[in-house]
Design a protein around this ligand. Structure first.
Ligand SMILES: [Fe+2]
Ligand SMILES: [Fe+2]
Length: 363
């Protein structure tokens, strides 16, 4: 297992503070994990290695509960008559070629609103890097933050998991806020919405499935719970008022958030494929049942790599959809992704367009 070696002299003061926050956070982020994570770190020894065992402690911070003792974070409730409750929005599925064709991308900011959204996202990315406890060696090229995936050192599974949960707990909010506000607007103004509400609510549902999948692999500690509270208490309200003020900027912001998501999952895939996440390439590793059911994952395609391919494709879809919605007339344009075209052409394909479609291409 590659350990992350960092010395005090190699770090600036602010990085040290960030690392200390992350070190404090990660043990409480995940207080247990799946069986295969228990293969982590017995040989790690570096001073700041997130996966290292602390002297005198019973277990590595990322994995403090044996698989047998791990409780299901949200077990299905047994009732007398119900066998199971399938997904209300069944996943539409992807071909393997579609998933493999996803690439990181960036839409250059053009308007003042774009620049505000992009700046805000840079601040969120800083928070995400800090929460992940990324060292200088683990960072990719800062000049191309959403497209460069190469770095000197890989992230550990614990760092990836922190990053995924940080990202997904934020990503599930905007679609619900936007869908709710557009729903209320439609009722209040007695006007049709033309297909936006359903796509936005489905997006937030899909993001929640990402979060629930990762929660099945990582029992939440106090820091994670605090962050989820923060996402609901602060981020929901901020998004609510922002969407009332400028839905266009909010869609652009979500487009940039999704660029980050595609970047994160692409880099993770590269590190899985390079054998740098041994817990996830262990033959005993199993993706959670909730994920197998939701994405209808074929029996021979249930590795962590397969799961990340599905999730990355979802994020690429959100990226293309939100950048496109940010280009449309918010009051009157229909949602092109669920529309039938007069010419009989297919609706636009958001996966293939990292920067979204311009209005004149789809209206
Ligand atoms: Fe997501
Ligand atoms: Fe997303």
């Amino acid at each position: 297992m590659t350990s992350v070696r960092i010395t005090s002299s190699a770090l600036g003061q602010s990085q040290l503070v960030g690392r200390q926050i992350a070190r404090a956070a990660i043990p409480t982020f995940c207080s247990s994990s799946q069986t295969s994570f228990h293969k982590l770190s017995p040989t790690s020894s570096s001073t700041f290695s997130i996966n290292s065992r602390r002297p005198g402690s019973a277990a590595a911070p990322f994995s403090t509960t044996t698989a047998a003792r791990m409780r299901d974070v949200f077990p299905a409730r047994e009732t007398e008559h119900i066998r199971q409750t399938p997904a209300a929005w069944p996943h539409h599925g992807y071909t393997e070629a579609e998933m493999l064709a996803v690439v990181p991308g960036h839409r250059a900011p053009e308007t003042i609103g774009d620049r505000i959204a992009w700046r805000l996202m840079r601040i969120c990315r800083w928070g995400m890097d800090t929460a992940t406890g990324m060292s200088r060696d683990q960072k990719s090229d800062k000049k191309n933050p959403t497209t460069a995936i190469a770095s000197e050192q890989p992230l550990t599974e614990a760092q990836w998991m922190t990053r995924f949960i940080f990202l997904e707990s934020i990503a599930g909010v905007p679609g619900m806020v936007a869908g709710m506000l557009r729903h209320l607007h439609s009722i209040r103004r007695l006007k049709r919405d033309n297909g936006w509400i359903e796509s936005l609510l489905e997006e937030s549902y899909n993001e929640r499935m990402h979060l629930l999948t990762f929660m099945k692999m990582c029992e939440p500690g106090w820091f994670m719970k605090l962050m989820i509270l923060g996402a609901q208490g602060v981020y929901f309200n901020a998004m609510f008022f922002s969407y009332l003020l400028s839905p266009r900027v909010c869609h652009r912001f979500v487009g940039y958030l999704e660029e980050e998501a595609v970047h994160t999952y692409t880099r993770c895939l590269a590190e899985i494929e390079a054998g740098q996440t041994p817990a996830w390439t262990d033959p005993k590793f199993q993706v959670p049942e909730i994920a197998i059911r939701y994405w209808n994952m074929p029996e021979d395609k249930r590795t962590m790599r397969d799961l990340i391919l599905y999730i990355r494709a979802d994020e690429a879809g959100h990226r293309g959809v939100n950048h496109t919605l940010g280009n449309l007339d918010q009051k009157s344009d229909p949602n092109p992704f669920v529309s039938e075209y007069k010419s009989g052409r297919e609706p636009p394909k958001p996966l293939a367009r990292p920067a979204g479609y311009e209005r004149n291409e789809v209206m």
